[in-house]
Design a protein. Structure first.
Length: 365
């Protein structure tokens, strides 16, 4: 990461929004409704929001204690070189695995909904090439693209949600807590891991020009993300009902194909897909950049392009060979990546911060 790179606190917040919403928007109504039923729309306001706030708060505290240092570097200061590198490699494995999952989410969505006859390899190559190219152009380029793409996506999403109002049946949300509180807790695990990914954006903190203002803006943004997901999930359930929502692979996509305004406005799903594709490519670029940054920090490589080429090969092979279908992808995400991600997002940073306090370790002032 170049010391000359600078992004504004507003651009940083945009990256926050993208890192959660790009993945969660298409999948979360089904994931939540499977476990929480009619109460699914309440889930984002509870454990996932707390996980997101907690993940960022801990990461921010560590960055303030070790200014100008990324996680792989202050892990070595806190735990020693060998254990610190092991922690860094665990984060690298997660970031590469996460990139592979995001790529497969994108390719499976396109194959299932729009281009069933398109070879998966072609879609994977397009995502990896674009993501890798953006990653080598550094975070400033990704942040500027986010400033343009995110408002468009949110605008079209809100437009679709507003169009769905005439078809909503609020009774579909009742009774609340019909299965008790435990289904809400079970339904919170995967969304909590998605929200917790916000903590990884702390890798960009050294290049933010006004880091002192981040906590208030970031926490406000996380609340907005949670409210957006609440609105999306509640709208989907009110239109389709909980039983139909949990049976759809991509409920928000289904909602966008369903809504219309008399005979004047139809086929609005094309607006959603165009902007979502731009959003998901930015998230792939973000994860590729984070994996590149962590690799360079751990192994002290000099050639960014060679490292990114190596990572791109891994991403292509992983996306192509690791999952046979979207069911395998879902099992991997729920069974391994979500608990592993939460461990890296909350547990490990908390332990690092605790050890740093107890051992009175800090970075250069």
């Amino acid at each position: 990461m170049s010391e000359q790179e600078v992004i504004s606190d507003r651009q940083y917040v945009y990256l926050f929004f993208i890192i959660v919403v790009a993945t969660i928007v298409l999948f979360v109504p089904q994931v939540l409704t499977k476990e929480a039923g009619r109460s699914a729309w309440l889930v984002p306001l509870l454990i996932p929001l707390i996980a997101g706030l907690g993940s960022f708060a801990i990461a921010l505290k560590l960055s303030q204690r070790f200014p100008g240092m990324a996680l792989p570097q202050y892990s070595e200061v806190i735990l020693g070189k060998m254990l610190g590198k092991a922690i860094g490699i665990a984060y690298l494995f997660y970031l590469v695995s996460g990139t592979v999952v995001i790529i497969r989410e994108y390719t499976d969505f396109i194959n299932i909904t729009m281009l069933p006859n398109t070879p998966r390899l072609a879609l994977i190559l397009m995502a990896v090439v674009l993501g890798s190219y953006a990653a080598t152009k550094r975070i400033e380029v990704i942040a500027r693209a986010a400033q343009f793409v995110l408002p468009l996506f949110l605008g079209f999403s809100v437009f679709i949600l507003l169009l769905s109002i005439p078809d909503m049946h609020p009774d579909n949300l009742l009774p609340l807590f019909d299965g008790g509180f435990s289904p809400i807790v079970r339904g919170s695990i995967v969304p909590a891991y998605w929200f917790g990914e916000i903590g990884f954006v702390v890798l960009f903190l050294p290049v933010v020009n006004k880091p002192r203002q981040l906590w208030s803006k970031a926490s406000f943004t996380m609340v907005l993300v949670a409210l957006f997901i609440v609105w999306e999930t509640a709208s989907t359930i009110m239109v389709f009902g909980a039983a139909v929502t949990k049976s759809r692979l991509f409920p928000f996509w289904s909602l966008s194909t369903y809504v219309e305004f008399q005979n004047y406005i139809q086929r609005v799903e094309s607006l959603l897909v165009i902007t979502w594709l731009e959003l998901i490519f930015l998230k792939i670029a973000l994860f590729s950049y984070m994996a590149l940054t962590v690799t360079v920090r751990i192994f002290e490589f000099k050639s960014l392009k060679r490292v990114q080429f190596f990572l791109a090969i891994i991403e292509i092979l992983g996306s192509l060979l690791f999952f046979t279908n979207i069911v395998d992808l879902e099992k991997w995400t729920i069974g391994f990546l979500a608990p592993f991600g939460l461990t890296l997002e909350i547990v490990i940073p908390s332990l690092l911060f605790l050890v740093a306090l107890l051992c009175k370790k800090a970075g250069p002032v």
